[in-house]
Write a protein that binds this ligand. Structure first.
Ligand SMILES: [Zn+2]
Length: 248
């Protein structure tokens, strides 16, 4: 399977321009300079940049969550220069807000061959909602995107990574064919695609290790512990504690 990379914003300055966002989002602000290094590494290793998520190992797929403005200003031109494309997952409620993509940006990106997908209506934690609540997030965001962009939206990226059987079932019923997650759990293979969350403090060595599946012991242990803590605490409590700790 291709290596699917999950980015958020690619930032030129030290800080992203988006003020109105969740605590911890800055952990995923990859600096432009680092992004260029990562692209160079992929090229050097002869990775093919593709949109085919079920492709071969030596292929890389780009995905971008949250729909930050820099996806249009910074990311899209770089991908176009490389004749590459990406999946861009937007939060329907935030389109056109300060620091986020506008409808015009999205239309132009779509015209250039980028794929636009849903990242929920409000970016809320789906697992803490009732079935009706989940349905509202997933169908309304899909409808808003489809009617404004006049195209079929069949990709979803799970907001903030929290999902369970109900979320996947409702997403499929809503018509999503590809569901992008950040960590794949046992029993969620059909239609769910695991991604590598690229973090802002990764050295090129850490990026290389994550992409080639040779994560060091420390990185692997951290990932396992995080999953374990999340499972024990439940998604909502985990998110709360995480945001309190990040505020410190
Ligand atoms: Zn997000």
């Amino acid at each position: 399977m291709a290596r699917i990379l999950m980015y958020h914003g690619i930032v030129d300055a030290a800080k992203s321009a988006v003020i109105d966002r969740e605590k911890g989002a800055e952990l995923y602000d990859v600096k432009l300079e680092e992004f260029r290094k990562q692209l160079a590494w992929l090229k050097e290793q002869k990775y093919v940049l593709t949109m085919d998520i079920s492709g071969r190992e030596q292929e890389a797929v780009f995905t971008f969550d949250d729909g930050e403005k820099n996806n249009f200003n910074v990311v899209a031109p770089i991908l176009q220069d490389l004749k590459a494309f990406g999946y861009f997952f937007v939060i329907a409620d935030r389109i056109g807000r300060d620091g986020y993509l506008s409808w015009e940006d999205l239309a132009r990106m779509k015209m250039a061959g980028m794929v636009i997908g849903s990242h929920g209506l409000t970016h809320g934690i789906l697992t803490s909602l009732s079935e009706d609540g989940i349905r509202e997030e997933l169908t309304k965001s899909k409808f808003i995107l489809e009617s404004n962009l006049r195209c079929h939206i069949d990709c979803l990226s799970i907001p903030r990574g929290f999902y369970d059987e109900r979320v996947v079932k409702i997403a499929k019923e809503a018509g999503y064919q590809k569901i992008f997650v950040s960590d794949k759990r046992p029993g969620f293979s059909d239609g769910c695609y695991e991604r590598i969350a690229v973090k802002n403090d990764w050295t090129i060595k850490e990026f290389a290790a994550a992409v080639s599946g040779k994560m060091g012991f420390k990185m692997r242990l951290f990932t396992i512990l995080k999953l374990l803590v999340r499972r024990i605490l439940g998604d909502k409590l985990y998110d709360l504690i995480r945001s309190v700790l990040l505020r410190k």
